[in-house]
Design a protein around this ligand. Sequence first.
Ligand code: HEM
Length: 173
Amino acid sequence: MNSEVTRRAIRTVVSLVITAALLGALALWRPSGLYLWLKAVHVVAVIAWMAGMLYLPRLFVYHCDAEAGSKQSETFKVMERRLLTVIINPAMIVAWVLGLWLAYDGGWLSAPWLYAKLALVVALSGLHGFYARWTAAFGADRNPHSQKFYRIINEVPTILMIGIVILVIVKPF
Ligand code: HEM
């Protein structure tokens, strides 16, 4: 178990270093059309982040029905942990880094819509933090909430996403 944790930590550090090196090289090189490439990768990261943010609470809903210690419950634990650590966490980091880069590079830092968008994205990131906490709780067989709670929570990222997309595309102010 400990060697598995160490292996995972090493993998995370190595991928973070490689990503930082690639981003640093791009920032120095600044090829033409960089802004649009950054935006494309930003949108891909956002899609992956949102897919996970919409799917994880569905897993929590089904997990509530599985008896602690059952084979089904153990399978949900693996699915939840992998979804969080392999998809949702890295996608959120890439979305944030590239989003802030676009904001700076595109000269959007004085645009009011950006700050409204950031407020909603901070709320989304806070929800992400709660997801991490609930994944850990399920992992220790001590789920703190009802199935109904997770069904309601499932709607929150959808509402935030609609607001975020309208703000960045319509730019109403
Ligand atoms: C994490 C913090 C984020 C920051 C700082 C950020 C910032 C930005 C910026 C500055 C742009 C470029 C706007 C333009 O060129 O017109 C952009 C594009 C975009 N962002 Fe984000 N963003 C973030 C997260 C998100 C999230 C969570 C979503 C969706 C749920 C999202 C959806 C989009 C979309 C769809 C575009 C493309 C808009 C277009 O080309 O018209 N972003 N973002």
